[in-house]
Design a protein around this ligand. Structure first.
Ligand code: ADP
Ligand code: ARG
Length: 356
């Protein structure tokens, strides 16, 4: 990078800095940590695949209502731009140091059904994000690479058998009613997230994207959405045990055929730093009309390290006192610890609802 190029990179970042600081409505982690010192220290840097700090923070600048406001344009961004990423990661997850993978022993894990009468929990879902080694992240992956990645994953999918065996449905060519029904039933992603849009997440849409699911739609894989892969286990009701163990089996098979980006310190690398570490989001759709009508509902959940979303996913509204409640922390604790934290938190939410 020439000095001239370096100066213009920094100038551009200073414009971003002013925009964030002048916006009284912006309170993102990006705004809090993107200082002039950071610009001075890393503003000139460019990763080997050509990504700059501007590429990483564009979404947070264009969307001042972001809560985090930053994405890793490529895997190297996490190290090259560490002076900005690290404090944000630490603040979000409460930790910057991630332990070794530990899903626990499926022989001894035994989660009791949290809601045997079906009064509160409608459905349970656990997902992880994975990115495939050697391929750029969503913001920078080319059309050809998206296609090559899709082909590689399709081959890996042929190794599922028994209850995990299923069908791959590419997004291009899928008819509208089929797609709409899959979205409505909470199985499929869609193109409506302006944060992801600004970060470059919808380039070449819908090329190279698709969904795999087994016959009962309890084991699903999204290809080339926010991360290269989202591996999902879900079912109606509150049987955490079967949802978690099915996910473990699915991940184990995929790992035999595909290598994923993982960092000793940060865990599995994801496009968005909120997903680093275990990358697990374990959620329930839960009916809690009394608790959710209390003014401190979201704070109560946050106190249990739980996050609240609408039932059509992130940044959506909800109806009838039904919410998507999931773990907030994905880093600094193992996979089984994340699930336990979430399970214990949901137990307390149900207790609280009963007490009101
Ligand atoms: P992600 O979980 O992959 O980060 P979203 O929050 O956008 O992304 O959710 C993706 C989809 O998963 C949405 O359609 C959402 O309704 C669905 N979903 C999430 N949790 C559950 C659940 N517990 N039961 C049923 N569907 C769920
Ligand atoms: N970038 C958005 C924000 O900062 C979303 C962050 C988390 N969500 C995600 N899908 N990665 O609010």
């Amino acid at each position: 990078m020439s000095e001239e190029g370096g100066v213009s990179l920094k100038e551009n970042l200073l414009t971003y800095y002013d925009k964030l600081q002048c916006d009284p409505c912006c309170n993102s982690l990006l705004k809090q940590n993107f200082t002039k010192d950071v610009i001075e220290e890393i503003g000139n840097k460019v990763t080997n695949s050509g990504c700059t700090l501007s590429d990483c923070i564009k979404s947070g600048v264009e969307n001042p209502d972001s809560s985090t406001g930053i994405y890793a344009a490529d895997a190297e961004s996490y190290t090259l731009f560490a002076p900005l990423f690290r404090p944000i990661i630490e603040k979000y997850h409460g930790s910057i140091k991630h332990p070794f993978v530990d899903f626990g022993n499926p022989e001894t894990i035994n989660f009791a059904n949290l809601d045997p009468t079906g009064e509160y929990i409608i459905s349970t879902r656990i997902r992880v994000g994975r990115n495939v080694e050697g391929y750029p992240f969503t913001a920078t992956i080319s059309r050809d690479q998206q296609e090559a990645l899709e082909t590689k994953i399709k081959e890996a999918l042929t190794h599922f058998d028994g209850d995990l065996e299923g069908t791959y449905c590419p997004l291009p060519g899928m008819d509208d009613p089929t797609r709409d029904q899959l979205v409505e039933d909470h199985f499929l992603f869609q193109q409506g997230d302006r944060f992801l849009q600004s970060a470059g997440g919808y380039r070449n849409w819908p090329h190279g994207r698709g969904i795999f699911f087994n016959k009962t739609k309890t084991f699903l894989i999204w290809i080339n959405e926010e991360d290269h892969l989202r591996i999902i286990s879900m079912e109606q009701g509150a049987n955490f045990d079967s949802v978690y163990k099915r996910l473990m089996r699915g991940i184990k098979i995929l790992e035999q055929h595909v290598s994923f980006y993982r960092d000793d310190e940060l865990g599995y690398l994801t496009f968005c730093p909120t997903n680093l570490g275990t990358t697990i989001r374990a959620s329930v759709h839960i009916k809690i009309p009394k608790l959710s009508s209390q003014p401190n509902f979201k704070e109560f959940c946050l106190g249990l390290n739980l996050q609240v979303r609408g039932t059509h996913g992130e940044h959506t509204d909800t109806k009838g006192g039904v919410y998507d409640v999931s773990n907030k922390r994905r880093m600094g604790l193992t996979e089984i610890e994340v699930i336990r934290e979430m399970y214990n938190g949901i137990t307390q939410i149900i207790e609280k609802e009963k007490s009101l």
